[in-house]
Design a protein around this ligand. Structure first.
Ligand SMILES: O=S(=O)(CCO)c1ccc(-c2ccc(C3CCCC3)c([C@@H]3C[C@@H]3c3ccccn3)c2)cc1
Length: 237
């Protein structure tokens, strides 16, 4: 799909997101707003034209799954209703290639904000490891896009804009002498980044309360789902 009209944008945004996820917290003023076990969630307070677009960065470490498995369940449409609880409707409007799809998602209304929908391309790819000890890296990037066939329906709901990435690293601890690798040897380090522009006005206090509640719930639920889906299956590296 290298010749698809969106390909230059997909390449550019994916490369940006790899750098952004791998830079860690950098020297920006991130505020740790949620911490549960290995999961740490940070946000920065930012507004664009009076709209809350707080960037979010979450770091998490889970045992027993690979980066490929984590990204596979995040990317693949067939599992989305199992873990994405804020979805009212989801459809794939374009199959650009087996590693790039365009989704149209209608999210449940979160009172008192108006209902939102999102139209975004989603791209999954393996990335060369960038540090010793890391066996492989996989990333999924979701980035809003526009399609003439799916214009915003401002009467029905507000189209939000998002850039999201899930970057996962697989770390394998050496199995006992001569033993083969089992899921006990697997650690997956996750960096989840998101910037959601709500697209239309919503009270800052309301949005920040929604973010504070929904993001920890989302990452906990998603990672638990993948662990459960993989536990009795052969390892997918
Ligand atoms: O990672 S993804 O690409 C996974 C694919 O689904 C993704 C994540 C989050 C969203 C999302 C869409 C709408 C809203 C709000 C905006 C105003 C009212 C609803 C929110 C707010 C942040 C809260 C939220 C956070 C996490 C999960 C659900 N809700 C988030 C969309 C996609």
């Amino acid at each position: 799909a290298e010749y698809h009209r969106l390909w230059p944008e997909i390449e550019r945004v994916t490369k940006e997101q790899i750098k952004y996820a791998q830079m860690g917290l950098g020297n920006d003023a991130w505020h740790l707003f949620a911490e549960e076990g290995e999961m740490k969630m940070y946000r920065r307070e930012e507004e664009v034209n009076g709209l809350v677009v707080d960037p979010l960065k979450a770091c998490h470490v889970v045992k027993g799954v690979t980066a490929h498995e984590m990204c596979h369940y995040f990317f693949s449409p067939q599992y989305r209703y199992d873990w994405e609880t804020t979805l009212e409707h989801m459809t794939v409007v374009e199959n650009i290639s087996d590693d790039t799809l365009i989704f149209l998602q209608l999210h449940k209304r979160i009172w008192p904000a108006t209902q939102r929908d999102a139209l975004f391309w989603s791209h999954i790819r393996q990335v060369p490891p960038n540090e010793p000890g890391v066996r492989d890296i996989w990333i999924v990037v979701n980035n809003s896009t526009e399609l003439p066939k799916h214009p915003p329906d401002n009467k029905k709901c507000i189209r939000l804009f998002l850039t999201v990435c899930l970057l996962c690293q697989t770390i394998v601890s050496s199995p006992k002498e001569g033993a083969s690798i089992t899921r006990d040897n697997l650690t997956c380090k996750i960096t989840y980044c998101s910037v959601v522009n709500p697209g239309g006005w919503a009270p800052a206090s309301v949005l920040r309360a929604v973010y504070k509640r929904e993001y920890p719930k989302f990452l906990k639920r998603f990672t638990a789902y993948v662990i459960d889906q993989c536990k009795n299956k052969p390892i997918m590296f």
